[in-house]
Write a protein that binds this ligand. Structure first.
Ligand code: NAD
Ligand code: UGA
Length: 463
């Protein structure tokens, strides 16, 4: 079959594959190829067992794979063959040299730019899909225009706003698609070409365009705003615990103001995931770089509150369990950074588990999708850890249940049965506020939610 457009994506990860699978599904006349330097990942994408869990992704990959969606290893050849190239490689926090612990590590991205330059034999549109510091496109352009030949490259910014766990819904029906370009004739033409692809399934009013720097910056700012809401509500949860106010009631009352909105106001153990922290730190680094320390400090406090919230949670577990966890069995329900994903990058569960192990607790970790990643994250731990997918088996014989991921499954467990199988007094720390706390208290648990009064049988006896 002759395809209308030949599209390549470099980076077969959490963003590259779902976003390309969606384009392939919606544009059968486009050939979409995804490449990666990790050849095992490509093998897995070509196999019956996909390398990552994302609801709805399997169906869409099976529908398009081999039809107009391909996973390939020959990066050189694919760069040559395709006309539109998305770059969706990882941009983690830099861990060395200048900007260590703050700036984005751009080595993977720059390697890609150099490869595009080296292997291209015809004009290309190169699209930044990765989240990048503002002004990265300038560096991309400089690399791509450094060759003496006549090949032209047009760089666009098209940041991705999907969230894990809801990626397919978000890609199918996004709040908006943002395309930034140079405002030159060729820049506007490339912008229109990319907009035309999205217009195949997204209403035109949702496809917004801007100058390239606004587009790059908007992605960092969008994540910073979302994370800031989580830190804002978490900071107030600490005050609720001191004042007998209830964070769920406060969040509902505040969020019903249409100017505020109700989303992203769930208090918990703090945000995780590969992006919020890294993107805010990147923003902080940029603000300092441009001589704006007050702005940098403002955004850095969002990360500090996130760390404080986790610390409070750990201190609360220790304090409530008579200041000793040594030899006690603690069941962790959920290790993924959020529900409906197996991703554990920056999951609060990593730090919390390590801290429990430092106290010499015995930890049993349960999660429906993230146990493989959990075992990798904790591979260097010497303490007592067991992994059990079945939550009932994991909880049996434990002193405490600690809920760290908001999996729907945990809302529906038989807590009476679990309580019976546990050591008494049994403790329940709901780090996601997903359970019916009164019901759990009536069953017999000592219940410690976030931002709500604890329901403790000891307090009752003391009165
Ligand atoms: P990921 O680690 O899952 O995938 C990146 C892939 O790029 C890896 O498989 C890696 O092997 C590959 N890669 C690195 N260098 C390469 C090279 N030179 N050639 C070919 N392949 C190369 O990362 P991700 O979660 O998909 O994130 C990618 C980007 O998208 C990041 O900038 C991230 O901030 C951004 N983003 C992520 C999400 C998300 O939900 N994960 C959402 C929006 C934006
Ligand atoms: C987030 C953004 O929502 C996406 O728009 C963005 O594209 C993506 O980051 C990215 O750039 O990587 P994601 O991290 O996948 O998506 O998931 P979120 O739903 O945003 O959750 C992030 C963290 O915040 C999770 O740990 C979640 O449990 C926590 N959270 C979220 C709360 O604690 N409370 C809330 O009310 C909402």
């Amino acid at each position: 079959m002759k395809f209308q457009k030949k599209i390549l994506c470099i980076g077969a990860g959490y963003v590259g594959v779902p976003s390309m699978a969606m384009i392939a599904a919606k544009c059968p006349d486009c050939r979409v190829t995804v490449v990666d330097i990790n050849s095992q990942r490509i093998d897995a994408w070509n196999s019956a067992e996909l390398p990552l869990y994302e609801p709805g992704l399997e169906e869409i990959v099976y529908k398009t794979r081999g039809r107009n969606l391909f996973f390939a290893k020959d990066i050189e050849n694919q760069i040559r063959e395709n006309d539109i190239i998305f770059v969706s490689v990882n941009t983690p926090t830099k861990m060395f040299g200048t900007g260590a612990g703050m700036a984005a590590d751009l080595q993977y991205w720059e390697k890609t730019a150099r490869e595009i330059l080296q292997y291209s034999r015809s004009p290309k549109i190169v699209i930044e899909k990765s989240t990048l510091p503002v002004k990265t496109a300038l560096a991309m352009e400089r690399i791509l225009s450094s060759a003496k030949g006549k090949i032209t490259f047009e760089v666009l910014s098209n940041p991705e706003f999907m969230a894990e766990g809801t990626a397919i819904q978000d890609l199918e029906n996004p709040d908006r698609v943002l395309i930034g370009s140079r405002e030159t004739k060729s820049g506007l033409k490339a912008r229109a070409e990319l907009a035309g692809i999205y217009a195949r399934w997204i209403p035109e009013e949702k496809i917004i365009t801007s100058n390239i720097w606004s587009s790059e910056l908007s992605k960092l700012v969008a994540n910073a705003f979302l994370a800031q809401r989580v830190s804002s509500i978490n900071s107030i949860s600490a005050l609720c615990e001191k004042t007998d106010a209830n964070i769920a009631e406060v969040a509902r009352a505040v969020g019903m103001d249409s100017r505020v909105g109700s989303k992203f106001l769930n208090a918990g153990i703090g945000f995780g995931g590969s992006c919020f922290k890294k993107d805010i730190l990147n923003l902080v680094y940029l603000c300092n770089y441009y001589g704006l320390p007050e702005v940098a400090n403002y955004w850095e406090s969002v990360v500090k509150i996130n760390e404080y919230q986790q610390e409070r949670f750990i201190t609360n577990i220790l304090g409530s369990m008579f200041n000793t966890l040594a030899g006690k069995k603690i069941c962790i329900l959920g290790f993924a950074f959020k529900a409906d994903t197996g991703d554990t990058r920056e999951s609060p569960a990593i730090n919390i588990t390590r801290r429990l192990l430092t106290e010499h607790a015995e930890v049993i970790i349960s999660d429906p999708k993230a146990l493989t990643n959990a075992a990798l994250d904790l591979a260097d731990e010497k303490g007592a850890i067991a992994y059990m997918e079945d939550p009932y088996r994991a909880a049996a014989g434990c002193h405490a249940l600690v809920i760290l991921t908001d999996w729907d499954l945990y809302k529906k467990l038989d807590y009476k049965k679990i309580y019976k199988s546990m050591v008494k007094p049994a403790f329940l720390f709901d780090g996601r506020n997903i359970l019916d706390h009164n019901k759990c208290f009536e069953i017999g648990f000592n219940v410690y939610p976030i931002g709500k009064p604890a329901l403790s049988h000891f307090v009752k006896q003391d009165c």
